[in-house]
Design a protein. Structure first.
Length: 132
């Protein structure tokens, strides 16, 4: 190599190494993020998919609008979780889960209403995105 090329080579090498280390850190952070999110606790894998149970617990705490009407509340949560593909169960299995774990007797999942589409579903979306 010509002597005058050596500083340019050294500079390019340093730029490359800097980008390499930055990319490496990004990859490590990304892998850490996904490994943490994949290892979330799911006490009811027959009922909930992946992060479904954590989502259910969070929404159950935050969504208090229908706490006086628990059948409505748990029906709305069912429809929302189902739309996010976070349930692995049938309606009857979900009803049994609610009865056993929350002592609420549902005879059926109530139908979606206009109120669900206009108010409840957008509210649950905000909770899910952490905006409330």
């Amino acid at each position: 190599l010509p002597v005058d090329f050596l500083p340019v080579y050294q500079e390019k090498k340093n730029e490359f190494l800097k980008k390499f280390h930055s990319l490496r850190e990004t990859i490590i952070e990304t892998l850490d993020y996904y490994s943490l999110n994949r290892n979330t606790e799911n006490d009811f894998p027959e009922i909930f998919a992946e992060t479904g149970f954590q989502t259910f617990k969070m929404l159950n705490e935050k969504y208090t609008k229908d706490n006086k009407f628990l059948k409505t509340k748990y029906s709305n949560l069912f429809w929302f979780l189902e739309s996010k593909y976070l349930l692995r169960c049938t309606q009857l299995e979900y009803i049994d889960f609610i009865k056993q774990n929350y002592s609420v007797k549902l005879s059926k999942i109530m139908r979606k209403t206009f109120k669900y589409d206009d108010i409840i579903q957008p509210l649950l979306e905000k909770y899910l995105k952490g905006q409330r």
